[in-house]
Design a protein around this ligand. Sequence first.
Ligand SMILES: [Zn+2]
Length: 351
Amino acid sequence: MEARTTPAQSGGDVLLVFSERFGGHATPAGHPERPARATVMATVARRWADGGGAVAAPDAAPAGALLRVHDQLHLETIAGTAGRSVRLDADTFTAPDSEEVARLAAGAAIRAVEHALAGATGVAFVRPPGHHAERDRAMGFCLYNNVAVAAAHALSRGLDRVAVVDYDVHHGNGTQWMFYDDPRVLYISLHQYPFYPGTGAAGDVGREGGAGFTVNVPLEAGAGDADYGLVFDTAVAPILEAYGPDLLLVSAGYDAHDRDPLGGMRVSTGGYARMDGVLRGVAERCCGGRLAVVTEGGYDLDALEACLAGTLDVLAAPPAPPPASPAGSTRRAEAVLAQVRRAQAPYWPAL
Ligand SMILES: [Zn+2]
């Protein structure tokens, strides 16, 4: 199944994991998380392959891999939708093939991790997204929590420190709660706040042994490249370096883009590329380059296409120092960083 071609045209060893089957999860007319998103992913994947990039098709995640983060009843609920169209919550739907497609999405995240464990970069272009899916239920367009399945898979392979950075405009409630008391998974989220799903306050830092291993950066609507740049340079990268992960995962949601119809943020395509560049640098310094990117949201098709291509370009380019901090107002970042420092000071004193 694997259509491996010559190594990527430049620097890094990047494997793109993608399946045309991701278009098979149909949603009702007008739904933003629509099959056309998979068409965009296919276009970017084809261009990547034409340029010499490696592409692999995923296998469906086995039940055992899903059960590391979901309960049995949830698997039965999703399996029970096979062959039918079901409304699972106000904005989460299945079509006849959705359960199969969702298993492939989780399997793609696992495949990206497997590639990353060899000291390389795995990128999974998937839908449906995953970070709102909870242990016991589908939520917010998400059926299985792809990035959480990936993190749990990495733990099962013997790693004991996995970091997840989530720059989707929405808070990844599912990922947060799955690892809320687990110091083996550091979850860092930047998100619009207050906003759907309502979670992700700065004071939510994890509990018991996991205290300090959840870092929420709830940004006011309107934050742009300079805000995200400042948060990355002064909080995300320093916390990651202090934690020293064995593997870095990215919940790559592109709905903080200025063009996105759902999000209220102003991140540009270049702003996203810079975040990816910072994360790549951290992975090279902290964990031998082990980096796996799993897509989440992103509902403007032009922005999605540009950002997906930009992510691949940054990760495959020869290593370079991160570009300078983007210019512009950092008022929103400064406001949230004060809250984050207050909440996280007991755990990350160098912040
Ligand atoms: Zn989102």
